[in-house]
Design a protein around this ligand. Structure first.
Ligand SMILES: Nc1ccn([C@@H]2O[C@H](COP(=O)(O)OP(=O)(O)OP(=O)(O)O)[C@@H](O)[C@H]2O)c(=O)n1
Ligand SMILES: C[C@](O)(CO)[C@H](O)COP(=O)(O)O
Length: 233
């Protein structure tokens, strides 16, 4: 039976957040952001192991709650998220099978609900491609021209926000990311690499509170969501 592994890309520097501390190490509801994110995967009985991709200059990881946890391993982060994920996949190949499932989840998304994680897993375990959590867009979508004026209104009927986890078989994802990077395509999510192979990942609707902490205003919002979920320590 295929096992399930998690990869947590955590090698970013958080430029859009500002500040000196990488955003994955900011305090959030009594834990660090990365500990809030890891907690759900550490506690999940189906996840057999977790690989965290860390920046070369990361001087904070050892102070976190799960740095020495037996379920957790490290991988070297790369220049972009896609490089970090591919490095983590390389760590996994020594201990996992090509048909094992890998769930790639941003360290910067600490508000993932257990119910959404379970829905993703249960929906995709027999899927021939894999897929990801997301939500349909709710606003009218505009494409901006170079002058920051509206170039077009984009049909929103089938537009979704791509979230994480993104869940694919280890061998397929490794092959897809390797192909993308070899072609110089620095894909911003894992599904894009799969799409490049002509495959169509499945979108699983989750909750809008699975936000990615990107800018300063996202932190208090994440705090609110964790309070709503009863996850403040
Ligand atoms: N070279 C990189 C860049 C990003 N990430 C991770 O990928 C996730 C999503 O990336 P993003 O939100 O862009 O984080 P940062 O790159 O830190 O943000 P910024 O672009 O503002 O610097 C984050 O958990 C981040 O730590 C990574 O592992 N390796
Ligand atoms: C993977 C992702 O979170 C899906 O929306 C997003 O692509 C990450 O982008 P970032 O620029 O690395 O934050």
């Amino acid at each position: 039976m295929a096992r399930l592994w998690a990869i947590i890309p955590a090698a970013g520097v958080g430029r859009r957040m500002g500040g000196t501390l990488p955003k994955q190490y900011l305090d959030l509801a009594g834990r660090t952001v990365i500990d809030q994110t890891l907690h759900g995967f550490i506690e999940h009985p189906r996840i057999v192991g977790i690989v965290v991709a860390l920046g070369a200059e990361d001087g904070y990881w050892e102070t976190t709650a799960y740095a020495a946890h037996p379920k957790v391993q490290r991988a070297p982060g790369g220049a972009e998220r896609c490089h970090s994920v591919l490095n983590a996949l390389t760590v996994l190949t020594a201990q996992a099978d090509a048909e094992d499932w890998v769930l790639v989840h941003d360290a910067a998304r600490p508000c993932l609900r257990r119910s959404d994680l379970d829905q993703l897993i249960n929906s995709l375990l027999d899927d021939p491609v894999g897929g990801l959590l997301g939500i349909p867009v709710r606003d009218t979508m505009k494409r901006a021209g170079a002058d920051e004026r509206i170039d077009a209104t984009v049909e929103r009927a089938h537009l979704w926000h791509a979230y994480t986890p993104q869940m694919f078989r280890l061998g397929l994802l490794q092959r897809a990311l390797d192909s993308a990077l070899t072609a110089g395509d620095l894909v911003t999510d894992d599904a894009s690499a799969i799409e490049r192979l002509g495959l169509a990942p499945r979108l699983i609707e989750g909750h809008a509170d699975n936000i990615k902490i990107t800018r300063a205003e996202d932190l208090p919002l994440a705090q609110f969501y964790l309070q709503q979920q009863g996850r403040c320590v």
